[in-house]
Design a binder for this molecule. Structure first.
Ligand SMILES: [Zn+2]
Length: 456
């Protein structure tokens, strides 16, 4: 993820350097080459209260969740001991997944206002699940902290982490039935969706947090900057009208935005607010709970989303504190409404200047766009487009001026007698200085080999 801070508008290709002098050099450089890198000033320079939230996170952050892929068993190995030894945290099994994994709520606080947070209904979206683990550690270890006491006294907080453990097991979006749980709020064909509905109906929370991850290629509005966090108050119908339920969500999000500004300022966006009658966020809003959608995107040099884990922790804590004290009231909707929208999604890697060599065809000049199945790891790339892609935007660019691209068998389609490279084919090819493929230099196997990966 290239979380740029450059304020310049325009498209990333406009800042591609000429590599004429480097024609025989393989330079994988990133769109940050034309940005200014990270936001100015270290996050620790953040004004209070964000600074106090980040300090707390540094103190309680749980070890053992350093990679964003973990299964339910692993999660409970880390979280279980924290939860079980604290009398401030209450665990309840509220159902099970399609494959029989337990679904648990973890609750704290005895206050009058009920809040529900659920995470990872898409099995490969774990950022907030990690942040919730740190929240349990905070409650367990810092029960006498002024702010924690305020939350415990003002709120009853229920969390349902990793709503889709079967998907998490495979690190896939959908559940074991192959259903997208977030398109199942109306039909309720999934046990996980039914559990979420039952929990919401039983608790009738005033505020709900619907915690997700989104693609890392999404830009902030029309800028070149990547989205770190996108927020949404989901609409309750096609009119997108703002009632009191949504007003409260928007005011709380105003508080969240303020808390995140020192950490990811300029990289916060608003998610698309088209009403979706199958989606949980929209229907839970309709059912009367002020719902806040949080989508964690990407951040530079954060492939395991550990920085965004911290940002989630900070934003959730700021929201809970303001709900406990009522300080969100009167914040208004401007801060939320003024957020730029999630903009276009750009591709992952643009390969320019090469000549493609397919058996039976004359060699031809073509750019290639590669999109990764695992963009954070730059793996499982497939061909997204072939041809003149001078105007196509991508997070990274690889110049192969003067080089020959020899697709490997896996990338070629021979099904109709000829040989073709098709959009959607695995991006597997060898790069050579020679048109006949002798003297191969390196092979792209769904992602660049280590020697030409960008330096992190
Ligand atoms: Zn999601």
């Amino acid at each position: 993820m290239k979380a740029q801070t450059s304020g310049r508008r325009g498209v990333s290709h406009s800042c591609r350097a000429s590599l004429g002098a480097l024609a025989l050099t393989f330079v994988l450089f990133t769109t940050t080459a034309c940005g200014s890198g990270r936001p100015e000033g270290p996050p620790s320079a953040a004004p209070s209260p964000t600074g106090s939230y980040t300090d707390l996170h540094d103190q309680v952050r749980l070890k053992g969740l350093g990679k964003r892929r973990f299964d339910q068993e692993r999660y409970w190995e880390v979280v279980g001991p924290v939860v079980e030894k604290s009398d401030r945290l209450r665990v309840r099994v509220v159902g099970e997944s399609a494959e029989g994994r337990p679904l648990r709520t973890i609750s704290f606080g005895r206050g009058p206002l009920s809040v529900l947070l659920w995470s990872q209904m898409h099995g490969d979206e774990s950022t907030a699940t990690m942040a919730l683990a740190d929240l349990y550690a905070l409650v367990a270890e810092k029960g006498n902290h002024r702010m924690v006491r305020t939350i415990l006294e003002g709120l009853t907080v229920h969390t349902l982490p990793m709503l889709n453990p079967d998907g998490a097991q495979r690190f896939q979006r959908r559940n074991a039935q192959g259903i997208d749980i977030n398109r199942d709020a109306r039909a309720l064909a999934t046990p996980e969706g039914r559990v979420l509905k039952e929990v919401r109906d039983r608790l009738e929370p005033a505020v709900g947090f619907n915690l997700h991850d989104q693609g890392i290629g999404t830009r902030v509005g029309r800028t070149d900057r990547g989205v770190a966090i996108a927020l949404l108050s989901p609409p309750f119908d096609h009119s997108r009208a703002i009632n009191d339920v949504r007003l409260r969500a928007m005011e709380v999000m105003g508080v969240m935005v303020e808390s995140m500004e020192p950490l990811v300022g300029g990289h916060i966006a608003k998610y698309d607010d088209t009403f979706n009658p199958r989606a949980f966020g929209d229907l839970i809003t309709q059912w009367g709970t002020s719902t806040i959608l949080v989508e964690s995107g990407g951040w530079e040099d954060d492939p395991q989303k550990q920085y965004l884990r911290k940002v989630n922790f900070v934003a959730i804590l700021a929201a809970l504190e303001s709900l406990a004290t009522g300080s969100y009231e009167g914040v208004g909707t401007d801060s939320y409404q003024a957020l730029p929208s999630n903009g276009r999604r750009i591709g992952d890697l643009l390969i320019t200047g090469g000549t493609v060599v397919i058996p039976g065809l004359p060699p031809f000049r073509a750019d290639l766009l590669v999109n990764y199945g695992k963009p954070l790891l730059e793996e499982d790339g497939t061909i997204g487009e072939i041809g003149d892609l001078a105007e196509v935007e991508a997070r990274d660019t690889l110049s192969l001026d003067g080089m020959y691209i020899h697709p490997r068998d896996r990338a070629l389609d021979r099904s109709d007698g000829g040989v073709q490279i098709r959009v959607g084919a695995p991006a597997v090819f060898t790069v050579s200085r020679k048109v006949d493929g002798t003297d191969p230099l390196w092979t792209f196997r769904g992602g660049p080999p280590e020697e030409i990966r960008r330096r992190r």
